[in-house]
Design a protein around this ligand. Structure first.
Ligand SMILES: Cc1cc2nc3c(=O)[nH]c(=O)nc-3n(C[C@H](O)[C@H](O)[C@H](O)COP(=O)(O)OP(=O)(O)OC[C@H]3O[C@@H](n4cnc5c(N)ncnc54)[C@H](O)[C@@H]3O)c2cc1C
Ligand code: HEM
Length: 392
């Protein structure tokens, strides 16, 4: 527990962290990844290179420092972190590694004059408090997933039972557990963790479940990323019958039960969680407006499947926007999605639940459009296919 003096030190350090927080965490990551090879597989190298992961951690630490007196105000941030952590199997024994590297980084980056033993001790106590909160909340989730029907803890072996080409760059993979027992019914919008070994090196990645879970198998749909380790491995090397390890479904970007019209907006492979949400919503009576943006028809996945659903379910309206003209009549509009198009394609009544996902720039635009169109902010929800970032 922090004493009053330590709280005061933490609060006084917030402005310092705000100006130098990212440099601090970048330094911290370099140190941790070079000195502790056992945590390397947990971190996606591409997210390090882009700076998104150091930025996300810096943001987490800053938010915490800002709210040291009212931790309950952290609200959604804790949920977001623990879901990401649980999906990648971050464990209590990892916390002291992060803690000691973070404190050493504070000392090295700020210099001993600012980072006095009192400052370091206060941050040590604060980190310990935050770590206890996260470890406790994560254990609660691990236990829940272990005890639920079809659930498990840690890695479970699955076999690839089917694959399907969904567009020129997206392939679906269906996985069933080797033990033949049921699997945890994921909530629509959740993702699983994959653990695999490529050229002897362990890799972990999250993939959204792209179909409503039937309790027997999971489907993910993966876009080939140029130069990407795991997506190319899955596309080019994983064949039916191969096995890999899955971590239980996790994530708080999930469809909330409601009677309000549902608006699902996706760009590119961001379509995946919205497919499971769509299936779940069509089991109810709520109207659904499904809006999807793709570069062109060749990369547009699940078009036929959505069209077939729309024929069977009059409550479903679908709209496609292609960035490039491709000579087909498959798109309802060509160019980038705009607020005017969204206004046309949304229900007239703006009291809707909106869920959106796609590239960062696309999400920033959609967030602004929804706000402009009067959708209440708390009814406009999104997630990132990578570390969370500010949407400006
Ligand atoms: C919650 C969540 C859900 C997701 N759902 C989906 C989904 O449904 N479908 C889907 O396709 N993806 C999804 N993703 C993204 C997925 O987890 C992977 O990030 C994605 O497949 C790319 O992984 P990769 O191993 O192929 O590429 P990576 O190897 O991670 O590389 C990504 C990019 O970074 C570049 N890069 C790699 N290493 C470096 C480096 N050291 N320096 C500079 N550049 C580098 C690569 O060239 C490539 O362009 C999701 C992510 C999250 C967090
Ligand atoms: C108090 C301690 C910690 C804080 C405040 C913290 C904070 C965060 C935040 C804010 C994110 C991004 C969440 C998102 O994208 O939505 C994140 C993701 C992550 N964290 Fe932590 N974390 C802590 C401890 C740890 C530990 C101990 C490990 C393991 C050694 C770890 C590994 C990861 C990984 C692997 C990710 C996902 C990274 C990615 O997407 O590339 N974290 N954490």
């Amino acid at each position: 527990m922090l004493n009053a003096e330590q709280r005061a030190i933490i609060k006084a350090t917030v402005p310092l962290l705000e100006s130098g927080g990212e440099a601090l965490t970048t330094h911290f990551y370099k140190m941790m990844l070079s000195e502790y090879p056992e945590v390397r597989p947990l971190f996606n190298q591409a997210h390090q290179a882009s700076g998104d992961q150091p930025r996300a951690l810096a943001n987490g630490v800053l938010m915490y420092a800002r709210h040291i007196d009212q931790l309950e105000q952290l609200g959604g941030l804790v949920g977001q972190i623990i879901n990401k952590h649980v999906a990648l199997q971050i464990l209590p024994e990892h916390y002291p590694i992060v803690g000691s590297c973070l404190l050493r980084a504070i000392e090295e980056v700020l210099g001993k004059e600012i980072a006095t033993p009192e400052v370091i001790a206060a941050w040590g106590a604060a980190y310990g408090q935050l770590a206890d909160i996260l470890i406790g909340a994560e254990e609660h989730l691990y236990k829940q997933k272990e005890e639920a029907a079809g659930g498990w803890r840690g890695a479970r072996e699955f076999r690839l039972v089917r694959r399907a080409q969904e567009s020129s760059e997206i392939v679906s993979f269906y996985f069933a557990p080797l033990d033949g027992k049921p699997v945890l019914k994921a909530e629509p919008g959740q993702y699983i963790g994959l653990q695999l070994f490529i050229d002897g090196v362990e890799q972990r990645r999250n993939y959204s479940l792209s179909a409503l879970c039937d309790g027997k198998e999971y489907r993910i749909s993966v876009k080939r990323e140029a130069g990407g380790k795991v997506s190319n491995y899955l596309h080019d090397q994983l064949v039916v019958g191969d096995t890999l390890q899955l971590f239980p479904p996790s994530g708080d970007f999930t469809l909330t039960a409601s009677d309000k019209p549902l608006v699902l907006i996706s760009g590119g492979v961001g379509i995946t969680p919205t497919l499971a949400m769509l299936e779940a919503a069509l089991e109810t009576k709520r109207p659904v407006h499904f809006i999807h943006c793709a570069r062109n028809g060749a990369v547009h996945a699940f078009r036929d499947w959505i069209s077939a659903l729309a024929e069977r379910h009059p409550q479903l309206q679908h709209f496609y926007c292609y960035a490039e003209a491709d000579g087909s009549n498959d798109a309802h509009a060509v160019g980038l999605l705009s607020e005017d198009l969204l206004a046309e394609w949304m229900p007239v009544e703006r009291d809707v639940d909106a869920y959106f996902l796609g590239p960062k720039g696309f999400m920033a635009a959609v967030k602004g459009y929804l706000k402009g169109l009067g959708v209440p902010e708390q009814q406009s929800r999104y997630e990132f296919f990578g570390p969370a970032a500010a949407l400006q």
